[in-house]
Design a protein around this ligand. Structure first.
Ligand SMILES: *[C@@H]1O[C@H](CO)[C@@H](O)[C@H](O)[C@H]1NC(C)=O
Ligand SMILES: *[C@@H]1O[C@H](CO)[C@@H](O)[C@H](O)[C@H]1NC(C)=O
Ligand SMILES: *[C@@H]1O[C@H](CO)[C@@H](O)[C@H](O)[C@H]1NC(C)=O
Length: 669
């Protein structure tokens, strides 16, 4: 046996040993007993109980003292660990975790500048300490929503990170997996002294139950608590498997990451409920608190909605006249956490909380995909989040997102199929990319590798990048995902639709009108973040895909219509609708013409971007920190291979390009 073999054996032995002594786990009631002892996490809730008693007695000093010094939890034997740990552990962590990073990004108004992010680092601790003197009545809620809540997300993702590092390591025993984040999480969530399916307790479980009852989502146990407990069992199962999180069992990371993403998404349910409740009750102090806990997370979703909510809710003066519009904006963001209007429920029969029609949920810009499609338009959230995590150097979590996905659940054909997400890395390497020929072959032969996009992103994420700043790295992986990975997927879906249309015409038994491939192409062209909101007009800066790109560059090329939107957009929309109609009618020849035309038009915004970035960056040095430099290169890499092939489409492309201000740049491209 090699030395490494012995280590693995020793580790295996210790894992077995740990599972033999599982009776030493912590019994949290309600059917939950953890694998390892994590009572100290549960005991933090007893400090909360005492704080509530001090607040009820209007004894601010004792309440604050309990928060700062603690009484019941001992993370190290003989030393009290106060609730303050919940904010300190997150902000000074060795590895800052994704929900916290997105919070800072939101508080910094979508800036990834390290100086700006740094300013918000202690937002939670500062807020909590301040409310003890300004709004003592919300102190306990502030500790729950800002302190324990974020710490809970941190524990889950830190567990995934340790699992990932162990899996890669030659000697996994160097990394202490402890409860893998799962045991720690569930103990923190439920707390000590919790009676199942009631609000009798002091932790996040009771907090979620209280508001769940008001929204009709706790009968008898709050839905969020039921689902978190079930997911805890799944995560715990992943960690119990022999050699979990070692190179001998590499699947643990993907499973654990997927479970952590699902759990943290569910955790926003009580935050939305408390925020909506406080809005309806016009409780300004509570609105401010819950908005501070929730709204910065919306920085990972549609930017215009985030900005509107931030300016109306994270504002010194809250205007309750705007509550109806605010609720609509909040509802439009549920999908970003894969939760629904039913999950949130209805408070006090308020008809503003009635679910919008399911169809509206799926509509993307003006286009309504068929029911059989997977929500691929949400891949733009993966792109956006990957870009951001890379730009703030949350590299390990960027890698996990890239490899395992986070936003687009795969269709499951039976309850027994495991829950997984579509990932960019899977779409970057699947053989289905060949459906995008001839374009895919043009790319492959130009770059000399059919997995070139995957390899490029992997190398940037592992620190091998020629770019000067993390922001440039973010731009590079984001644009490569959108315009090299997903663009090719979209073209592939169109070609597959052509093929199956012709195939269906030849097969008398086939059902006409199967349009899902075409719909999926549309979803990958438009994305989930486009379209009008509240009956108004679309925002120009929201999207990550071709559709948004067309809008952003149209003004530079004088190709806008009277409303300020790109003319290319109307061409794209018209062709998408035409194609759908032709497919429905089984008119395959015309459908093929439409699809080919659309493929050509899609290159217009890409070429425009390539020219615009070149024009902005032609005098910059290669070590410049400008994002134009990165944009210019990534876009050119998706245009040049096509032009190289002397395809006749170049004529059409150049014809459609309005003259840019710097004409000579056309020749460069
Ligand atoms: C606060 O609200 C006012 C009025 O709606 C708005 O003009 C202002 O920009 C908001 N402040 C912030 C910081 O968003
Ligand atoms: C908001 O919605 C409620 C309930 O639908 C309605 O009664 C009220 O008039 C609306 N307020 C405004 C300002 O539109
Ligand atoms: C169509 O269905 C019939 C009856 O199920 C079957 O016998 C026939 O082979 C099918 N034709 C094709 C082309 O699949």
């Amino acid at each position: 046996m090699t030395w490494q073999g012995r280590t693995v054996f020793a580790l295996l032995y210790s894992t077995v040993f740990v599972s033999l002594v599982a009776s030493q786990g912590t019994n949290l009631g309600g059917g939950i007993t953890t694998r390892i002892a994590v009572g100290e996490y549960a005991d933090l809730s007893l400090d909360l109980r005492d704080i509530r008693a001090f607040v009820d007695a209007n004894n601010m000093n004792s309440a604050l003292g309990m928060y700062l010094q603690g009484s019941h939890a001992e993370f190290v034997a003989g030393q009290r660990t106060p609730l303050k740990i919940t904010t300190d552990a997150v902000s000074s962590a060795e590895r800052t975790t994704p929900w916290y990073l997105f919070h800072l990004y939101g508080l910094a108004s979508l800036s990834t500048d390290p100086m700006e992010l740094e300013q918000h680092k202690s937002y939670a601790g500062n807020y909590i300490q301040k409310v003890f003197t300004t709004n003592l009545e919300v102190a306990e809620s502030a500790i729950l929503a800002l302190g324990l809540w974020m710490y809970a997300t941190h524990l889950l993702f830190d567990g995934v990170a340790i699992c990932e590092m162990r899996t890669r390591a030659d000697n996994p025993a160097l990394f202490n997996l402890a409860g893998g984040g799962m045991d720690e999480f569930i103990a923190l969530w439920i707390g000590s002294d919790q009676t199942v399916a009631t609000a009798n307790g002091h932790g996040l479980y009771a907090w979620a139950h209280t508001i769940g009852e008001r929204f009709g989502t706790a009968s008898p146990e709050a839905v969020v608590n039921v689902r978190l407990k079930a997911l805890y069992q799944e995560g715990s199962g992943t960690l119990t498997v022999s050699r979990a999180c070692t190179s001998a069992n590499q699947n643990s990371v993907a499973l654990l990451h997927t479970t952590a993403v699902q759990m943290t998404n569910l955790m926003v349910i009580p935050l939305y409920q408390w925020l909506i409740y406080s809005l309806i009750e016009q409780d300004a102090a509570a609105v401010k608190l819950y908005a501070t806990a929730l709204i910065p997370q919306l920085s990972k979703c549609r930017p215009s909605t985030f900005k509107r909510l931030k300016s109306s809710l994270l504002n010194d003066s809250i205007n309750f006249d705007k509550t109806n519009a605010t609720i609509r904006d909040l509802q439009s963001s549920y999908y970003c956490f894969d939760i629904t209007c039913e999950d949130i429920g209805i408070f006090n029969g308020d008809n503003r909380l009635q679910c919008i029609r399911k169809d509206e949920d799926r509509r993307i810009a003006g286009f309504l995909p068929s029911k059989s499609t997977e929500p691929l338009h949400r891949m733009d959230l993966d792109v956006k989040q990957l870009k951001m995590l890379t730009a703030v150097q949350g590299t390990l979590f960027a890698q996990l997102l890239y490899s395992h996905g986070s936003n687009v659940p795969k269709a499951r054909h039976s309850e027994n199929d495991p829950f997984t997400y579509h990932s960019l890395s899977e779409l970057a390497t699947t053989t289905a990319r060949q459906d995008a020929d001839p374009i895919f072959s043009d790319y492959t032969s130009y770059h000399g590798d059919k997995d070139y996009a995957h390899k490029y992103i992997t190398s940037v994420l592992s620190g091998l990048s020629k770019w000067t700043t993390p922001q440039q790295n973010g731009e590079a992986v984001g644009l490569t995902s959108a315009y090299h990975i997903l663009f090719v997927t979209a073209v592939g879906r169109m070609n597959a639709a052509i093929k199956s249309c012709h195939g269906a015409a030849a097969d008398p038994n086939a059902t006409v009108g199967e349009t899902y491939q075409w719909d999926e192409a549309a979803m990958l062209i438009i994305g989930s973040m486009e379209g009008p909101i509240l009956g108004g007009s679309p925002d120009l800066g929201d999207g990550e895909f071709t559709y948004g790109l067309a809008n952003r560059h149209a003004f530079q090329f004088n190709t806008r219509n009277d409303l300020g939107y790109s003319k290319v957009i109307s061409d794209i929309e018209n062709l998408l609708f035409a194609g759908k109609g032709e497919l429905d009618a089984g008119d395959c020849d015309n459908f093929e013409r439409t699809a080919n035309k659309l493929q050509k038009i899609l290159f217009v915004p890409v070429i425009q971007s390539s020219i615009a970035s070149a024009s902005e960056s032609h005098s910059l040095s290669p070590s410049s920190t400008s994002l134009s430099l990165t944009r210019g290169e990534i876009f050119s890499m998706s245009v040049i291979p096509i032009i190289h092939t002397e395809d006749p489409l170049i004529a059409e492309l150049l014809m459609r390009l309005a003259k840019p201000s710097k004409t000579q740049l056309v020749c460069r491209v």
